[in-house]
Design a protein around this ligand. Sequence first.
Ligand code: ADP
Length: 287
Amino acid sequence: EERTKDAELKSEELQSAKESLEEKAHELMQSSKYKSEFLANMSHELRTPLNSILLLSEMLVDDPVHDLTEDQIEFAKVIHSSGQDLLNLINDILDLSKVEVGKIDIHFEEVLINEFADRLYRHFTPFAKHKNLGFTVTISENALSVIYTDEQRLQQILKNLLSNAFKFTEEGSVCVAIEKAEGEELLGLPLAKHSDSWLKVKVTDTGIGIPLEKQEEIFEAFQQVDGATMRKYGGTGLGLSITKEFAQLLGGVCKVESSEGVGSSFTLIIPSLPEGMPEIIENEINT
Ligand code: ADP
């Protein structure tokens, strides 16, 4: 009889521990949601005055009628570029908090790989010229010619990866290779679903590289290899965390391979079809 009593007591204790844990988890989720909502609202409100700062400082730089001294024009330039940095940061925070509160809209649509590659090439060629770096975008023969995904998010991912590649590379080249991902390379990846065909976009640079022990944490928000005290490159440390979240939203992953002083490769793998897309289209794509 004593034993049954003991067991009853234990089970009551367990039950109440479970309840208090659930309560804590609920509170945590709630406060994390408030934080994200606060950030999203805040970012939105900050953009309005910032846009005036950007517009007016740009007018000062561009408009000769004001008769500004050279110094004053320099100041206006600094105001403008600092404002631009701040806007980038705010936009990144807004994106991340939107992902966290599940407010980001994903629109799947047909994306022609040729056109997508073309746009990337045109957008980044000036960066390559500016730093005197080689730049190629290649599509392998086995690559799919059309996929269904959110093109805007896909572009944003590639823009993040390519701006990093150009930022951290002083000589050599930046290459984008678009291929079909298949077989062993898909094994062990945390991919959202089964898909018969996967797109792989690999961005390779010959830049400074990333130490092995940092290769995981750079995907976390605000993490940069060079700490705040010795910061040499600008940036917010948010690009890769957004990239990781977006890759997941598209049903795929982004991973890195890198060797210090040699260069880095960031690989994005996404399904050619979103979940729940009719089989017919899948067949069309595969043939
Ligand atoms: P940001 O570039 O704004 O600092 P990211 O989240 O895009 O933020 O990148 C985080 C960090 O990862 C960078 O600060 C840099 O230290 C490292 N990193 C990212 N891409 C590269 C690259 N191609 N080569 C070398 N280091 C990189």
